[in-house]
Design a protein around this ligand. Structure first.
Ligand SMILES: Cc1cc2nc3c(=O)[nH]c(=O)nc-3n(C[C@H](O)[C@H](O)[C@H](O)COP(=O)(O)OP(=O)(O)OC[C@H]3O[C@@H](n4cnc5c(N)ncnc54)[C@H](O)[C@@H]3O)c2cc1C
Ligand SMILES: *[C@@H]1O[C@H](CO)[C@@H](O)[C@H](O)[C@H]1NC(C)=O
Ligand SMILES: *[C@@H]1O[C@H](CO)[C@@H](O)[C@H](O)[C@H]1NC(C)=O
Ligand SMILES: *[C@@H]1O[C@H](CO)[C@@H](O)[C@H](O)[C@H]1NC(C)=O
Ligand SMILES: *[C@@H]1O[C@H](CO)[C@@H](O)[C@H](O)[C@H]1NC(C)=O
Ligand SMILES: *[C@@H]1O[C@H](CO)[C@@H](O)[C@H](O)[C@H]1NC(C)=O
Length: 496
């Protein structure tokens, strides 16, 4: 019932009950008996609860847990032949209902694809797409290596086909730009390598294309050689310090992150509806083995903090600390857009959000989060230098883009009807504000997007056309649209 209420609000959701799903489950369990789990099993129960947002806990017809790319390929062949709907789950951290789970269909998590193989020259690492960031950091840290993935322990590699902001984004660009190879199961059930020399058109399309082209079973990621430790933690500022924060965020985006590529900050404001209190908490890292921050970070240290966790540590440790604040199982919704960095606009975003959030104190467990992360000109250049992606960021030129995120959390889906449409409306009003000031950039980052945001369209017509061409070549029957309905999809009809 609760779920139904939520789904009604999401009028645009693309759930279509497939009549044949129980038959599909029977067929796949005949083929791969040990890997299929029905609703009466503890495995089904565990896997179906393993999502960050309660909006992702649906009722799949069964769970299929492949432990090799070959089994994924066998299953895809069967799904295509029998018109079976399925979902592809990485780390389960998308908040979009049905992005990685499915109502009436086969839930296919990557969790058993867990290899983490460091190359002999240590310049790359090949990971199974069931790996979480924390597991990858734990394997790389002791070798004085790291990879450009993301910052929170439990998040999965859906990030590295969507965009991906890591601790080293200012130096090396987005996660998608630091992938050397995707191993992909295509719609025709063949397993191919998509990289700079093999299927380069597919390679580029997947960098931002999410689950639109195939099931990615492994990725080879570039590594970064480290000094064995970093210095960082979280700076917590009280409500009384908040007026000073947005100028430092702006300075970080246009100066600190631009001039010193070893800097990383993840600026966040939070409003706790239970207490009515607002704070700012800022994961902040200097990607070198130092004992204190360099002068370039002094703006952050000048703001009175009520708590900090700064210390020498490794990436795994940092990822665990950050993830602790983001438990699974609550109702989550995220929305995002991009602007050209602007000091006044940043002040206005937070002031407006703070005021909006105060209307929802009566919602049990209400929490409003506003995050603002830069994509610097150098990060965009890294993407171009490493072969290009689907995102359409090149036209930002020499201006830093702010990735503007608004997210709401609360306890019960009962309240979705009241909060979520209002949140959508609020975010649209902020997009309109940026547009009026001539500061809106069209890019919508897939990994933080809301279900009804036009993500792929936001990459621009040239990229959409390129992606449609790749779809035509690799998935002419649109298997990954029709049978994998979840997540951000290529806008087929409008562009064909
Ligand atoms: C607490 C938290 C912290 C986060 N931190 C960061 C961060 O530091 N940096 C950052 O960039 N983002 C971050 N994100 C956002 C994150 O990138 C997205 O939520 C992303 O979708 C997570 O990928 P996943 O594999 O965990 O999610 P899932 O929900 O499992 O997958 C997301 C989408 O990708 C598709 N997909 C996943 N794996 C595959 C595959 N192997 N083949 C084909 N399609 C696949 C799924 O079908 C789904 O549509 C964070 C999110 C949360 C909730
Ligand atoms: C690219 O794909 C080809 C063909 O499968 C493979 O031989 C090569 O090793 C791949 N390159 C990378 C970087 O993985
Ligand atoms: C990692 O770097 C530290 C500091 O430079 C060094 O002491 C340690 O030996 C290195 N470890 C490896 C495995 O290279
Ligand atoms: C909000 O405040 C309440 C009461 O102090 C606390 O229990 C809860 O953990 C806070 N929520 C978050 C997300 O910090
Ligand atoms: C950015 O580019 C514009 C026009 O190309 C130029 O006028 C301006 O000086 C540049 N700014 C910076 C900071 O490089
Ligand atoms: C599957 O599609 C790929 C990409 O178009 C192609 O290279 C391959 O030959 C096809 N395999 C089969 C068995 O049709």
């Amino acid at each position: 019932m609760l779920l139904a209420a939520f789904l009604v609000i999401g009028g645009g959701l693309r759930f279509v009950g497939a009549v044949t799903t129980s038959r599909c489950c029977r067929l796949v369990s005949q083929l791969l008996q040990d890997d299929v789990f029905t609703a009466d099993t503890t495995t089904y129960d565990r896997v179906n609860k393993d999502f960050w947002s309660a909006t992702e806990q649906l009722e799949p017809s069964c769970v299929f847990l492949p432990d090799s790319a070959e089994k994924v390929a066998q299953a895809v062949a069967l799904f295509v032949k029998n018109d079976c709907k399925f979902s592809i789950k990485g780390g389960g951290h998308s908040a979009i209902p049905g992005a990685a789970n499915i109502q009436d269909g086969i839930l296919m998590p990557m969790e058993k694809l867990k290899r983490i193989d460091i190359s002999e020259d240590k310049n790359s690492v090949t990971v199974g797409t069931g790996s979480r960031f924390g597991e990858i950091y734990a394997a790389l840290d002791p070798r004085n290596l790291t990879a450009m993935i993301g910052r929170y322990e439990k998040v999965g590699l859906g990030a590295a086909i969507g965009a991906g902001i890591s601790y080293l984004v200012n130096k090396n660009g987005l996660a998608v730009d630091n992938v050397l190879n995707y191993q992909v199961v295509l719609a025709n059930a063949t397993i191919v390598n998509a990289n700079a020399t093999s299927h380069p058109d597919l390679f580029r399309a997947i960098k931002g294309g999410g689950n639109n082209f195939g099931v990615v079973t492994a990725m080879t990621l570039m590594t970064e050689h480290t000094e064995g430790a970093i210095y960082g933690g979280v700076l917590y500022y009280p409500e009384s310090s908040l007026s000073q924060v947005s100028d430092v965020i702006y300075d970080y985006q246009v100066r600190q992150a631009v001039e010193d590529h070893m800097t990383h900050v993840l600026p966040q404001y939070g409003y706790n509806g239970t207490t009515g209190e607002a704070i700012s908490f800022n994961p902040i890292v200097y990607n070198k083995n130092v004992n204190k921050f360099p002068k370039i970070f002094e703006g952050w240290l000048k703001i009175p903090a009520y708590k900090n966790t700064l210390r020498n540590r490794n990436y795994h440790d940092m990822s665990v600390e950050l993830n602790d604040g983001f438990p699974d199982g609550l109702v989550q919704e995220q929305r995002v857009f991009s602007v050209y960095a602007d000091a006044q606009l940043y002040k206005d975003f937070w002031a407006s959000y703070h005021a909006w959030c105060k209307n929802y104190r009566h919602i049990p467990g209400f929490y409003g989060l506003h995050v603002n992360m830069p994509i610097t000109p150098h990060a965009v250049q890294e993407g171009i230098r490493k072969g290009g992606n689907s995102l359409g960021l090149e036209d930002a030129g020499n201006r830093t883009l702010g990735t503007i995120y608004f997210g709401v959390t609360f306890d019960s889906l009962d309240d979705a009807k009241e909060v979520l449409p209002a949140h959508d409306k609020f975010v649209k009003s902020m997009i309109a504000l940026a547009k009026r000031r001539g500061l809106l950039h069209r890019y919508i980052m897939l990994t933080y997007s809301g279900y009804n945001q036009p993500v792929i369209e936001s990459y621009g017509p040239e990229n959409v056309q390129r992606m449609l061409k790749v779809q035509k070549a690799y998935d002419p029957n649109r298997v990954f649209q029709r049978l994998v309905p979840g997540g951000q999809k290529i806008p087929a009809r409008r562009y064909q």
